[in-house]
Design a protein around this ligand. Structure first.
Ligand code: MRU
Length: 312
């Protein structure tokens, strides 16, 4: 059962998936989205395939093909593939993977909140919260932890065109959590930073390359450029399951190109769903293991990716 994010914030609707193909369809259609949540959903989809006696190779291939950029998808499937084929063992493995992502959220939120000053006015992009992770969130988890500590005063929420993950999902989460927030058009960020209305930018990530280059929702890179120009910290908050040591740099990260009709059905359109922020523009990457700073290669390489935890 998935909370179908396409209906938020108006309606809370659950989607029942009965096969790996159903789960892959839900991921492709963004019923479930956000890098860690995609990985968790794929793990449950794989366990579901085992329970139904589906061919596990086909199930993994179907799930893997659902979206290209978030590395959590291939990471979660590799974890599941290494856990054998017993349905009960795979169900337990998926639950463990989920629990570990929840725990990673809690730990990275605490580390990231340590970087925030009293009176922080945070700006965030897309949705990097509970909906995107299954736990408290990555960037939004850090903001919520900062609010709980009395450090975050207000949150500016980029609406996140074209599918409005900020205006629909992040605002919904902040409203439910009682955190003061204001939705702004993506294009408003520059003038807000210039006017001193933002003290830190925090985003999640879909894939962090070995050198620290970071793919995240389209519109993240311009925020990093603006933050550097205005001398404001730009923090990427993500679990180790989003770090892809097999991808050397951002040039090698596959960028999802979605249906142009999501932008406009009337005119020719392009719809790249992610962009890449060069490591040099990132003030710090915060994972569950702590705060990583430039040069990123050494500290990211040292990250344990939790494989043995999930199987144990
Ligand atoms: O297309 P989406 O909604 O799956 O994109 C999600 C993002 O870009 C998030 O910022 C990212 O997955 C980090 S979520 C903790």
């Amino acid at each position: 059962m998935l909370l179908d994010q396409r209906h938020l914030p108006e309606d809370v609707v659950y989607l029942e998936c009965r096969s790996a193909a159903d789960v892959a369809g839900a991921i492709r259609a963004l019923a479930v989205r956000g890098a860690p949540a995609i990985g968790v959903a794929a793990a449950y989809g794989y366990a579901l395939a085992a329970a139904r006696g589906e061919d596990l190779g086909d199930a993994a291939a179907t799930l893997l093909a659902s979206r290209p950029t978030a590395v959590n998808l291939s990471w979660a499937l590799a974890e599941m593939r290494s856990a054998g084929s017993d349905p009960a063992a795979l169900a337990a493995c998926a639950r463990r993977l989920h629990e570990h992502e929840v725990e990673r959220c809690r730990r990275m939120a605490a580390h990231a909140a340590d970087l925030l000053d009293p009176g922080t006015r945070a700006l965030t992009h897309c949705n990097a919260g509970a909906l995107a992770t299954g736990g408290v969130g990555t960037a939004l988890g850090a903001i919520r932890e900062g609010f709980a500590r009395g450090l975050v005063e207000h949150v500016l929420v980029d609406e996140t065109r074209p599918l409005l993950q900020g205006a629909r999902l992040t605002a919904w989460e902040l409203e439910r959590a009682g955190v003061p927030h204001t939705v702004v058009a993506d294009a408003a960020a520059g003038s807000l930073l210039a006017r001193g209305e933002v003290s830190a930018v925090l985003t999640g990530a879909d894939r962090i390359a070995a050198n620290g280059d970071t793919a995240n929702k389209i519109g993240t890179y311009p925020l990093a450029v603006l933050a550097a120009h205005h001398g404001i910290p730009f923090y990427v908050v993500a679990p180790s399951s989003t770090v892809d040591l097999d991808t050397a740099s951002g040039d090698d990260i596959p960028i999802e190109q979605r249906d142009p009709a999501e932008v406009t059905a009337r005119f020719p359109a392009a719809n790249p769903a992610f962009d890449v922020t060069p490591a040099a523009l990132v003030t710090a990457i915060i994972t569950e293991e702590g705060v990583h700073r430039e040069p990123y290669a050494a500290s990211l390489a040292a990250l344990g990716r939790g494989r043995e935890e999930v199987r144990s």
